[in-house]
Design a protein around this ligand. Structure first.
Ligand SMILES: Cc1cc2nc3c(=O)[nH]c(=O)nc-3n(C[C@H](O)[C@H](O)[C@H](O)COP(=O)(O)OP(=O)(O)OC[C@H]3O[C@@H](n4cnc5c(N)ncnc54)[C@H](O)[C@@H]3O)c2cc1C
Ligand code: SF4
Length: 486
């Protein structure tokens, strides 16, 4: 156990963010650099090392949280990093971006603020990189087997790293021009600077993983050719089809999917563009959708100098305390103020967009909405509540409907889909096609980075067993697991 009295003597303290006025002028991460390490050992000391650590179950990766809390408390950063990497290939991603369902399941959280698990995680991994503890781990011998991974998001990367380390020759195919999936071209720089992806890719290259960018499987290489060339295939193509809003005026200029808008801002940060072709500067911006993607649009619009930013959500405003039907240790739906929300803008709940209004040139100028309420389990419009708000840029951030079928990937492999339209798989992540596996959002539907990494690791075990008849790789989760939680 870390500090036997830590939870009694130390209060919860989280990472400090930079002042809003400063951070909206740049794209760097919102946190004060270096502010966490001086406080983190004491924070880790709040861990009670419970007999049954529910946080393990809260974390889809089964991270060994009390163990690395103990090492972090003792400032044995090398041992802490080793325990962290035992279950998580990329803690620098989850330590920055995970909604931390582990903290919702923390036993201390029953009657006190939970341990700052996510902050401890990111401190351990940042320290490990700084001290040179993260080194390539190439396999001792090669198996002679080959694996193609389609998609380079967190699921594809986790699967590729596990399989490479198991001795297989792994090639990751990515249709975008850079590796990283939504980590690269969805999540803005101010949430995670892309240098974190770049150094992991370099580690993976040195371990032997090969990367091919600008190659769309189904278009540039067909499924039959890929199957002939590789002994196994992992589909980690994400759930990239955005949910649309088919209301009058949807066709107007200035109404875009969030994933048309956000990647352009990322490309400016990568140095590919000087100005994003879809830009919020001087405009009234309306973001439709109250989730992570919507919040990323809000933060991006602020940095681009929007005149105003309004975020709309069809569901009612969540409460600030757990609902009775979401008791500890489940992951509750709570009102969340992200760093982007701290930076300004208005959030409007229980509203639905009826139509968009444009000018004579076909540019969007306003959005019309109506309040909605649940009646007998159904959402109904409230008469007389219609109103108009100015909007010269609208982003649609209402989630994703599934994996992209327009490029022939699903059809060429002959993949079966489940009832939700995701690629169907069995307990070992195998699809209906022999030797073809699926991991991450492509099989689970739109989800979280932590699930994508957990699925990538588990699918790698399925592939390893398929190729060699046995596997020493861990499998943290089964496809059917929703854990307690998210
Ligand atoms: C804007 C936004 C913000 C988010 N923020 C968070 C957050 O803060 N925290 C969190 O936990 N989760 C967040 N998420 C969700 C998270 O990013 C995803 O759940 C996660 O990235 C899924 O990983 P994946 O590897 O399954 O797929 P993806 O990351 O979607 O990667 C799939 C990759 O496959 C490639 N691909 C697809 N088809 C082909 C093909 N035929 N050939 C070659 N390549 C192909 C795509 O180009 C893509 O790069 C966010 C999502 C979005 C959209
Ligand atoms: S990956 Fe997420 S759930 Fe797991 S320990 Fe880290 S913050 Fe918690």
């Amino acid at each position: 156990m870390a500090d036997p009295k830590g939870f009694l003597t130390t209060g919860r303290e989280v990472a400090k963010t930079r002042p809003v006025a400063e951070r909206v002028k740049d794209w760097n991460e919102v946190y004060v650099p270096g502010s966490l390490l001086p406080i983190i050992s004491k924070q880790a000391g709040r861990c009670m090392d419970c007999g049954i650590p529910f946080c393990h179950n809260g974390c889809p990766l089964g991270n060994l949280i009390p163990e690395w809390n103990d090492y972090a408390y003792r400032e044995d950063w090398t041992a802490a990093s080793e325990r962290l990497h035992a279950t998580n290939n990329f803690p620098e991603f989850t330590g920055r971006l995970c909604p931390a369902p582990c903290e919702s399941a923390c036993v201390l959280g029953i009657n006190q603020p939970a341990v700052t698990i996510k902050n401890v995680e990111v401190s351990i991994i940042d320290k490990a990189w700084d001290s040179g503890d993260v080194t390539p781990q190439p396999p001792e011998r090669l198996s002679g087997k080959t694996v193609a991974v389609i998609g380079s998001g967190p699921a594809g990367l986790a699967a590729a790293q596990q399989l490479t380390r198991a001795g297989h020759t792994v090639v990751v195919y990515e249709r975008a021009d850079r590796i990283g999936g939504l980590l690269r071209y969805g999540i803005p720089e101010f949430k995670m600077e892309k240098s974190h992806i770049n150094r992991r890719i370099e580690q993976m290259r040195l371990e032997g993983t090969k990367f091919r960018t600008g190659v769309e499987i189904g278009q540039d290489i067909d499924a039959a050719k890929l199957r002939r060339r590789y002994d196994a295939v992992v589909i980690a193509a994400g759930a990239t089809v955005s949910r649309d809003l088919p209301v009058p005026g949807r066709e107007l200029n200035g109404v875009h999917f969030a994933m048309e808008y956000l990647p352009l801002a990322n490309k400016v940060q990568e140095g590919d563009l000087t100005v994003a072709p879809i830009h919020a500067g001087g405009k009234h911006v309306v973001v439709i959708g109250g989730g992570d993607t919507g919040a990323d649009c809000v933060g991006t619009a602020h940095r681009q100098g929007a005149a105003s930013v309004t975020q709309l959500e069809i569901m009612p405003k969540p409460g600030e305390e757990r609902n009775a039907n979401q008791p500890w240790p489940t992951f509750p739906m709570l009102y969340k103020v992200t760093s982007a929300h701290e930076e300004g803008g208005e959030r409007v709940y229980s509203v639905s967009t009826t139509h968009f209004e444009g000018d004579e040139d076909g540019n969007v100028q306003a959005l019309h909405l109506v309040e909605v309420e649940f009646k007998d389990g159904k959402l109904e419009q409230k008469p007389g509540t219609e109103r108009r708000i100015p909007a010269q840029l609208v982003t649609l951030a209402m989630g994703f409907t599934g994996t992209d079928q327009s490029n022939g990937l699903v059809q060429q492999f002959g993949l079966e889909l489940d009832q939700r339209g995701n690629v169907a798989r069995d307990e070992s992540y195998a699809t209906n096609v022999d030797g073809v596996f699926v991991a991450g959002d492509a099989g689970r539907g739109q989800s979280l980075i932590v699930w994508a990494i957990a699925e990538g690791r588990s699918a790698a075990r399925g592939v390893d067993r398929f190729l060699t008849g046995t596997s020493a790789l861990p499998a943290p989760i089964r496809p059917t697991d929703r854990s307690l939680l998210v």
